[in-house]
Design a protein around this ligand. Structure first.
Ligand SMILES: [Zn+2]
Length: 528
């Protein structure tokens, strides 16, 4: 049979690589930045890499394949992450390697040890097979020393390559090495002042002008680049890992395309071969906007796993990673339904995503994919809304009456009902009372604003009684309760819930001022 699905295409590339070098083992890498908790991107990368190795096992049985989940835990902390305790303590340690900063939760040896544990717990709970690797351990143990020596030996070639990609004013200060200050322990406060290739050492000053928000202590000294004394900068670091760990395969987001190109050239300078790389597109939110931590759009891993089965998330990761796809809380039911329908129509073909997903999904839905006739997640949500019902047993009994065939798979649906109930409680229920009312009110405010603006433009006389009737009518047209309407107008105009007769008040204030106030309110957006 022909294998057209992308994991098989990728697996064929790996097989070709192995044939070329005459090897029967493959090492794939996934990256994790432990400055925060594992997120949906971390999950996606491990899942997709696992899909590729599954396809490889089908194409070429007997190949020894492993995933190295690499934690970049020697990286310095650049800013205090939100939603973590002990922010003041973390602030004092900014610029230090993550393994040298105390655990804000007070449970592990360091900040990074805590985050690494979370990563492992999370990957283990879903049955991923991987080997964990810590950057700090690799540097400290000497596992990277051969590569580091090669970087020193090829300092000029790497510098030349790198400097062409950065702003001119940054070129003179650039060095691949980031010494850790022996006095203050910071990594992003140091600046290399000289190199001693024969001793594999650099001299440095802890006074980097770019340090900015990090404290620098002014210390000067010399440090070996080996054994954990220095880290190398990100793109060189990526090449170093590929070289020293013998990485054959790695995927990365579209945002790291330039880094991947540069790291590929650096690893060749070191005498290695770049891995087979696979670029995936980043997810967008439900409106098609890029997902960013700053905006906080998109959906968190915790939310997804609370609202829907893990197999639906695996499905999302399987489908066309080279196309930008939307994900977000509002469209979660749609995505879960697409998955359920896919499972229902599955014909057992090797290319189908279903066996890939079922081999990986462990946890609540382990090995219990829905089969045969299905009931969609949306239908369950509608039923919950119609029943206005929070009891999973009652919802289940309704479903069984509606579609008795699901009785053979009742455990799957019991979990799906629990998931849908969580979505109902956290997403639909709060939105139902607050959002629709606010939305209606804002529409009315907007209509009132337009009417007042029209009158201002026409120099219409301001008659308090006539204005009162008009304001009243705006609410009536939209079936808004008079009390709610006037209360919200008083809030907008006066910042309190009561006030004078609104018609007289508008006449007093004048059209232009009223329009300005309403505009300012509308600019604040919903719930503003
Ligand atoms: Zn220092």
């Amino acid at each position: 049979m022909t294998h057209k699905e992308w994991p098989f295409v990728e697996a064929a590339r790996i097989r070709h690589r192995l044939e070329k070098i005459g090897r029967r083992s493959v090492t794939a890498e996934t990256g994790y930045g432990p400055s925060g908790l594992p997120h949906i991107g971390t999950f996606g990368e491990v899942a997709r890499t696992s899909f590729v190795l599954q396809a490889l096992a089908a194409l070429e049985p007997g190949i020894d394949a492993r995933i190295v989940a690499f934690s970049d835990d020697m990286d310095g902390l650049r800013e205090v992450p939100k939603n973590l305790p002990n922010a003041a303590m973390l602030q004092q340690h900014l610029g230090k390697p993550l393994t040298s900063i105390p655990d804000p939760f007070g449970e592990e040896k360091s900040f990074a040890h805590y985050m690494n544990r979370k990563l492992r717990e999370f990957l283990d709970s879903y049955g991923f097979r991987y080997e964990f690797a810590s950057s700090t351990e690799k540097y400290a143990s000497g596992a990277f020393d051969d590569g580091l020596r090669r970087i020193m030996r090829n300092y000029d070639a790497i510098s030349e390559l790198f400097k062409a990609t950065i702003a001119e004013e940054k070129r003179s200060a650039w060095s691949p090495f980031f010494p850790i200050c022996e006095n203050c322990g910071r990594i992003y406060s140091t600046r290399v002042t000289g190199t001693d290739p024969s001793a594999c050492a650099v001299t440095y000053a802890c006074d980097a002008p770019l340090a900015g928000k990090y404290q620098s202590c002014g210390h000067t000294g010399a440090r070996s680049i080996l054994g954990g004394g220095c880290k190398v900068g990100w793109k060189v670091d990526w090449a170093l890992r590929w070289f020293c760990l013998g990485i054959d395969y790695e995927m990365h987001g579209e945002d790291l395309l330039e880094s991947a190109r540069l790291s590929s050239r650096i690893v060749k300078i070191l005498g290695g071969e770049p891995p087979e790389l696979f670029k995936y597109e980043l997810f967008l939110d439900e409106k098609g906007k890029k997902i960013s931590k700053k905006i906080g759009n998109g959906i968190s891993l915790e939310q997804w796993l609370r609202f829907a089965p893990v197999d639906s998330l695996l499905y999302l990761m399987y489908m066309k990673p080279q196309q930008a796809k939307k994900m977000g809380v509002p469209i979660l039911p749609e995505i879960v339904d697409q998955y359920l329908e896919l499972v229902a129509q599955d014909d057992g073909a090797e290319d189908s995503p279903v066996p890939f997903i079922s081999r990986l999904s462990k946890g609540a839905h382990a090995g219990r994919l829905p089969g045969g006739r299905i009931i969609t997640y949306s239908l369950i949500l509608e039923l919950i809304l119609a029943l206005n019902q929070d009891d999973p047993r009652i919802v289940r009994d309704y479903l069984l009456r509606y579609e008795p065939e699901i009785g053979s798979n009742v455990a799957y649906y019991e979990q799906l009902i629990e998931d849908a109930l969580a979505y109902y409680r956290e997403v639909l229920l709060p939105g139902r009372t607050v959002e629709s009312a606010d939305h209606q009110l804002d529409e009315a405010v907007s209509a009132l604003r337009d009417e007042l603006a029209r009158r201002a433009g026409a120099n219409a006389p301001a008659d308090p009684d006539e204005l009162q009737t008009m304001v009243f009518q705006v609410a009536k047209d939209r079936e808004i309760r008079t009390r709610d309407w006037f209360r919200s107008l008083y809030r907008i105009f006066l910042g309190q819930s009561q006030g004078p007769r609104i018609g007289s008040f508008i006449a007093l204030l004048g059209y232009a001022t009223c329009v300005d106030r309403l505009d300012a309110h509308l600019a604040k957006g919903p719930n503003g």
